[in-house]
Ligand binder design. Structure first.
Ligand SMILES: [Zn+2]
Ligand SMILES: [Zn+2]
Length: 320
């Protein structure tokens, strides 16, 4: 049996959009996101779901001075509050990392760089410095250095820098995936009825690439994104219908993975699911995934457990 589902979820909070000083998608005291993570971890323990959490390294700190030595331009730290978790919990979250580690389900602590680095604009020295800092933070927390990474905004890094710092696996966006229609009405309809294609596993320059949809797949664009409302057009469809469509999308994704020996990589951010609109279909979808796993139809693998299928018999269907 080679049907595999991977679940990966980013923890970034204030760092996710600090380059644009945008925080409206988050609860100001991080309470909605904290509650949602606890809810997810409870469900993961109950269902024995092993999740890869891609964590911005700065969240390991409980305080900082607001500036960090290294090759970054000083302007990069403009939004770093230089305070403490009690004042700015969107920028410091060691409590949540401890919470993940304390749970029964064996989750993976992977990285999302140190400061949500945008490699398209950054130098090689900045990327290398961030990975070195993350490795030190993991060591200080008694953790092994991360071997999996998701780059902020799925930008393309230099793989030799990743490999030199111990990274073995990266999540990349699928090429050519999305609505083929340019007009909004068609895209709107596509977002409601989209179908999840197979993910692929491929070794590239010494790094294992696992592909996922460019936009979050565990959460739905038709429902609120964290504290932000969806596009107003979606409100013409009752919320229960949008939730039912997303629930069915997740169930169909699991069924197709099981039936066609597929690998599927589902992902989102913690903040995305921090509202009841998203949570209800996601929790139902994860219950269904655990049921199919318990029936022996599917394996759940973390990013660090993935490998390129070796024998023909193990070959995963990569047709989209
Ligand atoms: Zn700082
Ligand atoms: Zn991010």
């Amino acid at each position: 049996m080679t049907s595999i589902i991977t679940l990966s979820i980013e923890l970034e909070f204030g760092w996710g959009m600090h380059d644009q000083a945008e925080y409206g998608h988050l609860s100001s005291d991080r309470s909605a996101e904290t509650e949602t993570l606890h809810r997810l971890l409870d469900l993961a323990d109950r269902l024995n779901l092993r999740i890869t959490f891609n964590i911005v390294g700065h969240l390991f700190h409980d305080s900082c001075s607001g500036s960090h030595p290294g090759p970054h331009p000083e302007s990069w730290w403009t939004e770093d509050p230089g305070t403490h978790i009690d004042t700015d919990p969107l920028f410091y979250a060691p409590d949540l990392i401890r919470e993940i580690l304390s749970r029964e389900a064996d989750h993976e602590i992977a990285t999302h760089t140190y400061s949500h680095l945008l490699v398209d604009e950054a130098t090689s020295e900045e990327l290398d410095d961030e990975l070195a800092t993350v490795n030190n933070l993991h060591a200080d927390a008694g953790l092994p250095a991360p071997t999996s990474i998701v780059m902020p905004r799925h930008q393309q890094p230099n793989y030799s820098i990743l490999a030199d710092r111990g990274i073995e696996t990266i999540r990349r966006p699928m090429e050519g995936y999305g609505s083929s229609n340019s007009d909004w009405a068609s895209t709107f309809w596509w977002l409601l009825i989209r179908d999840h294609p197979a993910s692929t596993l491929k070794r590239q320059d010494g790094i294992l690439e696992t592909t996922a949809t460019p936009h979050p797949s565990l959460t739905a664009a038709s429902l609120p994104t964290g504290q932000s409302r969806p596009h107003p057009l979606f409100s013409i469809i009752p919320r229960q219908i949008r939730q039912a469509l997303h629930r069915q999308y997740l169930i169909d994704t699991v069924d197709k993975a099981a039936m066609k020996n597929r690998h599927v990589h589902l992902w989102t951010h913690v903040y995305n699911m921090a509202n009841d609109g998203q949570w209800e279909p996601i929790s139902d979808g994860l219950e269904y995934l655990a049921k199919r796993r318990d029936e022996g139809e599917i394996l759940i693998k973390r990013m660090d457990e993935l490998s390129v299928p070796e024998s023909r018999g193990d070959c995963l269907d990569t047709h989209q």
